[in-house]
Design a protein around this ligand. Structure first.
Ligand SMILES: [Ca+2]
Length: 339
């Protein structure tokens, strides 16, 4: 039972007894997720000389993130996409949360003369491809440009989401859309876990029954020759905020890697608990294969040479980049306890 995820806690008691049946039928659902992989999207795409690639650093969580790169020579089209797209994840009548993490590299150019889009929701309407939302960085300010109701003559508005977005750190964005072109719509936005926009009883969409696509990545807008890079990770479309917030899924936890320096095959993110040989194998850790590990602050990992927590053991309490530096540990783990 996860009733607390869906309703205001002040209403919990009443609702639990009054309509528990309907709440259970409205259990949160993950519609789509991507852990920073090229596979799994409807497509990834890039204009010109740009690229979308998997990288092992920086990552929000897990083993990879997507690097969206664009470059402009100084002539020709200066608005250039480099992004990942999931189609058919929105439609009038649906209630959806879209969450992901993004990272501006430390050398990000905070240019205030051109908006750099990092996320869009859009559909192919009677008047062509149109965004309902375009989230863009203008200088260090994150804003959302919206177009609503009539796709051929939309109502336009722009709202600030965050006044200053820092480079060199992961940030989380979660968007809620109760999709409706009339006054039953809802539009909410959370930035790094704080709700920054809360619009209810308002149009949040175009009229019609079109299916909407979700694009994240870089839609660069150059005013001088050069290049831009944006990293994205941990994307989810779900039916509740808690499921969509990147902070709430696949971790925090322990990740083992089959090679040193957090490379090779990465395991699933392991929660606190005990793991036998077969339980480790089911989570992507082959017997006698682990060579490095990432451990959250304050956690302890006890590694055992044999199955069922027997044989020689080692205790690790922080990220360990190479098991070869600890006598007997490399390619030796057959069970472990995380606490
Ligand atoms: Ca990832």
């Amino acid at each position: 039972m996860q009733l607390y995820k869906f309703i205001d806690s002040s209403k919990l008691t009443i609702l639990t007894f009054a309509v528990a049946g309907s709440l259970l039928s409205a259990r949160a659902t993950v519609v789509f997720e991507n852990e920073g992989k090229l596979s799994g999207w409807t497509y990834t795409s890039h204009d010109g000389s740009g690229s979308v690639t998997e990288v092992s650093s920086p990552v929000y969580r897990g083993s990879t993130a997507l690097k969206c790169y664009q470059t402009w020579s100084g002539s020709g089209d200066y608005t250039l996409h480099s992004e990942a797209v999931k189609r058919d994840v929105g439609q009038n009548g649906l209630n959806r949360y879209y969450g992901f993490a993004f990272y501006l590299p430390s050398n990000w150019n905070f240019n205030s003369s051109r908006g750099q889009s990092i996320c869009q929701l859009a559909a192919d309407t009677a008047c062509g491809g149109q965004q309902t939302e375009m989230f863009q960085l203008v200088g260090s300010r994150l804003e959302v440009k919206r177009e609503l109701v009539n796709p051929c003559s939309p109502t336009r508005r722009t709202t600030t989401v965050a006044s200053s977005v820092s480079a060199g750190a992961w940030h989380r964005l979660v968007i809620r859309k109760k999709w409706a072109a009339d006054n039953t719509g809802i539009f909410e936005v959370w930035y790094d876990g704080t709700r920054m926009i809360n619009e209810v009883n308002t149009p949040s969409s175009f009229t019609g029954s079109e299916l909407y696509r979700w694009s994240i990545g870089l839609y660069a807008n150059f005013d001088a020759a050069g290049s831009r890079t944006l990293y994205i990770d941990h994307a989810r479309c779900a039916t509740s905020y808690s499921e969509a917030d990147p902070a709430n899924w696949n971790g925090p936890g322990v990740t083992f890697y089959s090679s040193v320096n957090y490379s090779g095959t990465a395991s699933q993110v392991l929660a606190k608990g005990t793991y036998t040989l077969s339980q480790l194998a089911a989570r992507g850790v082959a017997n006698d294969s682990a060579s490095s590990v990432r451990i959250p602050s304050g956690w302890t990992v006890r590694i055992y040479q044999n199955d069922n927590f027997s044989g020689t053991s080692w205790v690790l309490t922080s990220d360990t980049s190479s098991f070869t530096s600890i006598s007997g540990l490399n390619d030796a783990m057959s069970s472990c306890v995380i606490e």
